[in-house]
Design a protein around this ligand. Structure first.
Ligand SMILES: *Cc1c(COP(=O)(O)O)cnc(C)c1O
Length: 381
């Protein structure tokens, strides 16, 4: 890092965590863990106190997500990445179609494509920064895409593609969307996520809202004789979730932090409030980038720009990695771009826990650092 570049204290955000996940955990969540202390931590997940906690998380999610009638909240261990394996085993009957426009959508596509008991997956691809459209296809029984492609900052609509068969399921990876973006869950059969992004918890769990059709699919495939590793059996997740338990031991602190975040979100005004807050923060970033002489939003179409993960490209006169390094030295962390994207870029999460005012401060800090690195002697005042 260029040692001479410093950011005056008064410019810095109150909280310097802008990472895309793990992401900022609010102090109230940490306090909830401390409060849970002796009463809950270190006690059996098969007894009432932890089951009540799991029940509270399931109810809090049902309220926040506006769970449609008949839908159920299930959970299991291993995060969204484990859920991809579970879904390949337990939700895809023969063939899946995936939209891939970044790292996360592509990873799920690789999972179903490599599964020896499934047909080769249909992959609809587009360049990073853009997004493709799903298209009805004969023989496809699962359509899958991320609502928010965390590696690029592209958001995709949540809807049922026109012309898909009656029994085709729509699986939406909402890992970086849930808690910070709006969605009509009735347009999905499985809306799943890990809790370490907008939900400000720790990683290691997956949670999802499942439609009656998805539950029926789980039961049918589960009873079909297909070999499924026990840990990845969605029938086991279904059975345990209905009893407010998990198949194996969960991290209790993660559940406590998640429960606290859901209470906060529902108390503030739920999904609509959360979506408005992340839009306010992301609008600040995009307006700033568009007005900047050296930066521009990476995602060309405004309607594709994520409200929870913003990506900003810099021109050749600015070394974004050097900017990120100066920020990091001042406790403002994790604004580096997704590593495999390989761009001269900053990626700034505008998750619901992040104060819009801190986003504004971060942008002033970036301007200050850029000026100093460019040697124009700006004071940053
Ligand atoms: C972070 C992320 C994942 C991976 O989540 P893990 O909990 O690490 O498995 C998957 N999909 C999206 C869209 C993500 O942002």
């Amino acid at each position: 890092m260029p040692a001479h570049v410093t950011i005056p204290q008064h410019l810095l955000p109150a909280d310097g965590r802008f990472g895309a996940g793990p992401s900022k955990v609010r102090a109230e969540q940490v306090e909830a863990v401390a409060r849970a202390g002796a009463a809950l931590l270190g006690t059996s997940h098969r007894q009432a106190p932890v089951k009540q906690l799991v029940g509270s998380v399931r109810e809090g999610l049902a309220q926040f997500l506006g769970l449609p009638a008949g839908y159920e909240v299930l959970l299991g261990l291993g995060g969204a990445t484990a859920f991809w394996d579970a879904a390949a085993f337990g939700l895809v009957e023969r063939r899946a179609q995936h939209l891939t426009f970044g790292e996360f959508g592509a990873k799920f596509a690789q999972v179903t494509d490599a599964a020896p008991f499934l047909e080769a997956s249909s992959v609809v691809q587009s360049l990073p920064g853009t997004r493709p459209e799903p298209r009805a296809e004969e023989g496809v029984d699962v359509y899958a895409w991320p609502q928010n492609e965390t590696s690029t900052g592209v958001a995709a609509p949540v809807h049922r593609p026109a012309g898909t068969g009656e029994d085709a399921l729509v699986l939406v990876d909402a890992t970086s969307a849930a808690g910070g973006m709006a969605a009509d869950l009735s347009a999905t059969d499985v809306y799943y996520f890990s809790p370490q992004k907008n939900l400000g918890s720790d990683g290691g769990l997956w949670l999802g809202a499942f439609s009656p059709a998805a539950v029926e699919r789980i039961e049918r495939i589960g009873g079909s004789g297909r070999w499924i590793p026990d840990f990845l059996k969605l029938t086991a997740a279904l059975e345990n979730s209905r009893k407010d338990q998990t198949y194996n031991t969960p991290a209790l602190a993660t559940l406590v932090m998640l429960d606290e975040q859901l209470r906060w979100l529902n108390g503030q005004g739920g999904m609509a409030w959360a979506a408005a807050r992340t839009k306010e923060s992301s609008d600040l970033v995009y307006a700033w980038a568009e007005a900047s002489a050296h930066a521009a939003p990476f995602v060309p179409r405004p309607e594709d720009r994520s409200t929870v993960i913003t990506t900003v490209d810099f021109d050749g006169t600015v070394d974004a990695a050097a900017v990120a390094a100066v920020l990091r030295a001042h406790g403002v962390v994790d604004v580096e771009p997704y590593r495999k994207l390989g761009r001269n870029q900053l990626r700034i999460a505008t998750f619901v826990s992040i104060e819009p005012d801190d986003v504004a401060r971060l942008l002033r800090c970036i301007d200050h650092v850029v000026e100093q690195l460019r040697g124009t002697g700006g004071t940053g005042r």
